[in-house]
Design a protein around this ligand. Structure first.
Ligand code: SF4
Ligand code: SF4
Ligand code: FES
Length: 238
């Protein structure tokens, strides 16, 4: 049977890679490999997953230096030199242990970017309806599919240079809400993303867009935020 040579990060930020031999199978994913190590070779290995079908966003790791979702990444597409694979925790986030990172600052930044929907209707009102052919809706229909996996955040060099930077996922979320005609907090949200740590810090490197497993474009959303802020300043509403 063919064997994979797998290096896995063990320990916290001061840890090191440890190597395991894992049997190779057809249609095997990176998550299958990690699961094999934890169930068969070393039960102390810590990692995170939930859905295994690309829905929950919890299984992202760094595979051969690239942030990816592991449940939908096939080994055949990830190996180096035929059978080598290096699996580490996501970059730009504190490591709790092994392959598990602390996602708090990632989601705290969604809150800082005012990533919560605020509608103006009460439970006594009828449902708000957004026309399917609305231009604003079409602009962000893809963006709302974000699964919060952190791959874009981990791939962004500006986050690495400036830990306060809100990052691509939080800004993408803010953009989807700015374009939601039911939401009533647009101006507050624009203010939240207009500061030093906001959209103007983006260097348009496109790493987020290149690596997003859902093929979303946070870069386009960030450009939209920059335009919306300029317009609001010109109109004197910001
Ligand atoms: S486009 Fe902006 S948010 Fe995306 S990776 Fe580059 S700097 Fe980061
Ligand atoms: S924008 Fe893409 S890469 Fe970033 S958190 Fe959402 S799904 Fe993941
Ligand atoms: S386990 Fe849910 S997205 Fe991978």
């Amino acid at each position: 049977m063919e064997t994979l040579n797998v290096s896995v990060w063990r320990g916290n930020a001061d840890g090191a890679f440890q190597t395991y031999d894992v049997p190779r199978h057809a249609s095997q994913t990176v998550l299958d490999v990690v699961t094999h190590i934890q169930r068969v070779l070393d039960p102390t290995l810590a990692y995170r997953f939930a859905c295994r079908v690309g829905m929950c966003g919890s299984c992202a790791m760094t595979i051969n230096g690239v942030a990816r979702w592991t449940c939908r990444t096939h080994i055949d597409k990830a190996v180096r030199n035929g059978n080598q694979i290096e699996i580490g925790p996501l970059r730009n986030l504190p490591v709790i242990r092994d392959l598990v990172t602390d996602m708090r600052e990632f989601f705290d930044k969604w809150a800082k970017a005012k990533g919560q929907f605020e509608g103006g209707r009460t439970r006594r009102d009828d449902f708000a309806r957004v026309a399917p052919d609305s231009t604003d809706r079409k602009m962000v229909d893809a963006g709302i599919e974000c699964i919060g996996c952190g791959v874009c955040y981990s791939s962004c060099d500006v986050v690495a240079w400036n830990p306060d930077y809100l990052g691509p996922a939080a800004l993408n979320r803010a953009w989807t809400l700015i374009k939601d005609e039911r939401d009533i907090k647009s101006i507050e949200r624009l203010r939240a993303v207009a500061g030093d740590a906001g959209c103007h810090s983006c260097h348009t490197h496109m790493s987020c867009t290149e690596h997003c497993p859902k093929q979303l474009s946070p870069t386009a959303g960030i450009a939209g935020l920059k335009r919306a802020i300029s317009l609001a300043v010109l109109r004197g509403t910001l």
